[in-house]
Design a protein around this ligand. Structure first.
Ligand code: DSN
Length: 420
């Protein structure tokens, strides 16, 4: 058995990294995490990820591996696959993608050839880099035809999606978002994909926990393939997953391995299995409902303080607001908010006249604060603080006062997985 002498702890081997991990624990404990793509994985998920499963190579799939010694790993991966399959009601699941971008690349590899036409929501309208943005490999290797949002409502313009699809006949049509506060109409995307003979891929990275919790419609009945990260509203480890119809299972599995990746990250696979188990509970459904309720309350509280919300509100976990008519910019506002312990991110808004590095908007969301158990009255407080910071982003006395109040509030709402 390893003793401390033979196998000393991190603090002994590498005090610098141990100190940095401690500092990150403190930061995550004492600030209000508003980045809508972040969350707190549970202690159980973190334990699975920090395990010896990370030591094992297992290229291939359960019972079809290229290395011996898979008697435990096969069971871990099977459990993860079965649990995710049951949660979403999917025909086939692959839990090996290292994250959302590799999962999306696997979709391209499975269905497209370089030069094929693909369509996705443009990044400036709230889409994702891997849905064909010009600087991404997906915009460089494929002919990307982005669709946008309506100029007045800022909602996805399904008429534009249809007319662009009819004109350009894409091989692949993405439905998925990273900065969009409304639900997606899967049936409408399906009918457009059918009209032009496209593969419909739903990227539910931001909303997979909401789908499981029943507070966002599921794309499973409509999409040929569904991709997701596992660390956002799903509240698992950093990782990715692909869910698809049986007929596409082989193509997608082969695209992930050997097409794109080598050995899967078995520690992450175990974390996904644990997160899927946690997500199968009534408590998780209540969590997902509270995420959406909190977002609505926070959005209304901001609107009542004069913030211009993109699309006028939210019906998911995310809020995007313009700060330029408050006399500041997205970057100045987000950085001042962060100094006050309110950690969101600056973000372009649709038709943004400003550059992405200092855009007009700030993006926030409720997945992480809801994991801490915060509710409507905390949303009111957060809106008040955001309002005060955005009104005076250079007022460091005010920011320091708010930072202290934020830390005090956080003390009453312990974050999952934080052990200090
Ligand atoms: N980086 C993620 C986000 O913040 O939305 C998208 O991949």
């Amino acid at each position: 058995m390893a003793t401390q002498e033979h196998d000393p702890a991190l603090a002994t081997v590498d005090p610098e990294i141990a100190r940095l991990i401690y500092e990150e624990n403190v930061r995550e404990r004492d600030t209000i995490r508003l980045i809508p793509s972040e969350n707190y994985a549970s202690r159980a998920v973190l334990e699975a990820c920090g395990s010896v499963l990370a030591n094992k190579y297992s290229e291939g799939y359960p019972r079809k591996r290229y290395y011996e010694g898979q008697e435990v790993i096969d069971q871990v991966e099977e459990l993860a696959r079965q649990r995710v399959q049951a949660l979403f009601g999917a025909e086939h699941v692959n839990v090996q993608p290292y994250s959302g971008s590799p999962a999306n690349l696997a979709v391209y590899l499975a269905f497209c050839k370089p030069g094929d036409t693909i369509m996705g929501l443009g990044l400036p309208s709230g889409g994702h880099l891997t849905h064909g943005h010009s600087v991404s490999i997906t915009g460089l290797f494929f002919k990307s035809v982005p669709y946008g949002v309506h100029k007045d409502t800022h909602r996805i313009d399904m008429d534009e999606v249809r007319s662009l699809a009819k004109e350009h006949r894409p091989r692949l049509l993405w439905a998925g978002t990273t900065a969009y506060p409304r639900q997606l109409d899967w049936a409408a995307f399906r009918s457009i994909a059918d009209e032009v003979g496209a593969i419909l891929a739903a990227d539910i990275a931001h909303i997979s926990g909401l789908v499981v919790g029943g507070v966002h419609p599921s794309p499973i009945p409509f999409a040929d393939v569904v991709t997701s990260t596992t660390h956002k509203t799903f509240r698992g480890p950093r990782g990715g997953m692909i869910l698809c119809k049986k007929e596409h299972a082989n193509a997608l599995d082969r695209a992930v391995f050997p097409g794109l990746q080598g050995g899967p990250h078995n520690h992450a696979t175990a974390g996904i299995a644990v997160a899927a188990r946690e997500a199968s509970t009534e408590a998780f459904k209540a969590y997902a409902r509270q995420v959406v309720d909190n977002a609505r309350v926070l959005a209304e509280a901001l609107a009542s303080r004069g913030f211009r919300l993109i699309t006028g509100g939210t019906d998911n976990h995310l809020i995007l607001f313009d700060v330029t008519d408050k006399g500041t910019t997205g970057k100045i506002a987000a950085q001042a908010m962060a100094r006050a312990g309110l950690v969101g991110n600056y973000n372009s808004i649709p038709f943004d006249p400003r550059k992405p590095f200092d855009p007009s908007g700030v993006r926030i969301g409720t997945p992480a604060i809801t994991s801490r158990g915060m509710g409507p009255s905390e949303m009111e407080k957060i809106a008040t603080w955001i309002d005060q910071v955005v009104a005076a982003p250079g007022d460091e006395d005010c920011i320091r006062r708010i930072a202290t109040e934020v830390t005090e509030l956080c003390r009453g709402f312990p974050a999952p997985g934080i052990l200090i």
